[in-house]
Design a protein around this ligand. Structure first.
Ligand SMILES: *[C@@H]1O[C@H](CO)[C@@H](O)[C@H](O)[C@H]1NC(C)=O
Ligand SMILES: *[C@@H]1O[C@H](CO)[C@@H](O)[C@H](O)[C@H]1NC(C)=O
Ligand SMILES: *[C@@H]1O[C@H](CO)[C@@H](O)[C@H](O)[C@H]1NC(C)=O
Length: 233
């Protein structure tokens, strides 16, 4: 039994048979210089260490391997990499599509859709990035490239949404995401826009005052038919 553990750092060399000690002589020359005296205390200490070792080993195996912290220390100190200890990483299977852009068209219920998307993002674990810029849909070429770089840098799977015109990613050699959009019957959309610009909506952000500043009240409250027929702005 001791033979099996002769390589382990147990300080019991006084029990190691001579032929093993000779083999290990170079390594344990310091140890073999100790007096060959078998005290009860030394024996007890040796057995206790052995027991501890055995229990530790049993515990180690029953627990399904070394604790994570030991692996981390080993990885940190030694040459072994994460790969050696854990095998090649399991490639994360991304759903298709994993890059989605929803370039919301105004007055087509996109705010409701974004609220729904927020719930779905939590449920299905994708990144929802919703731009706060609502009043700039037409971008210069430079701004387009900037935005496309930003979008493609979002960790996948993601869904990016903004009121913005179509961006051709392929044209700039960036992987083209999947586009989604929602449009609406043009007349309904026109009506929605008409009232939105004049009266805002439930957000109460005084949108109508920003969008139609200086509009006189008699004009603001015009019937839509009159407004069109009489060519008001
Ligand atoms: C968009 O709105 C912001 C603040 O609401 C304003 O500072 C900015 O000038 C607006 N941009 C355009 C292009 O209208
Ligand atoms: C891209 O991201 C940077 C850093 O977050 C930001 O400063 C910049 O305004 C973004 N550009 C666009 C076009 O969104
Ligand atoms: C995007 O740009 C590429 C290269 O310029 C062109 O071939 C392609 O037709 C464009 N796609 C769209 C949808 O405009």
């Amino acid at each position: 039994m001791m033979k099996n553990f002769s390589g382990s750092p147990l300080h019991c060399n006084n029990q190691i048979p001579n032929h093993i000690r000779e083999r290990n002589n170079r390594k344990s020359s310091v140890l073999s210089a100790l007096p060959l005296r078998l005290s009860l205390r030394g024996y007890g200490f040796c057995m206790a260490t052995l027991f501890l070792f055995c229990f530790g080993s049993l515990f180690y195996q029953l627990n399904g391997g070394p604790p994570r912290i030991l692996l981390d220390i080993r990885q940190y100190l030694g040459e072994s990499t994460y790969r050696d200890d854990h095998g090649p990483p399991v490639p994360r299977v991304l759903p298709f599509p994993s890059q989605v852009v929803y370039n919301r068209v105004g007055k087509c219920g996109s705010r409701t859709v974004v609220i729904l998307l927020r719930l779905l993002a939590e449920k299905h674990q994708f990144n929802l990035v919703s731009s706060d810029i609502h009043n700039k849909t037409r971008l210069t070429k430079h701004e387009q490239v900037d935005l496309m770089r930003n979008i493609s840098g979002i960790p996948q799977p993601f869904l990016y949404t903004r009121h913005v015109h179509f961006l051709n990613f392929t044209r700039f050699r960036i992987e083209q995401p999947v586009y989604i959009n929602i449009i609406r019957d043009p007349i309904s959309r026109f009506l929605s826009n008409y009232f939105f610009r004049r009266f805002g909506d439930w957000r109460g952000e005084q949108n109508h005052l920003i969008r139609t500043p200086g509009m006189k009240d008699e004009e603001r409250y015009l019937d839509i038919n009159v407004c069109i027929l009489e060519n008001y702005p």
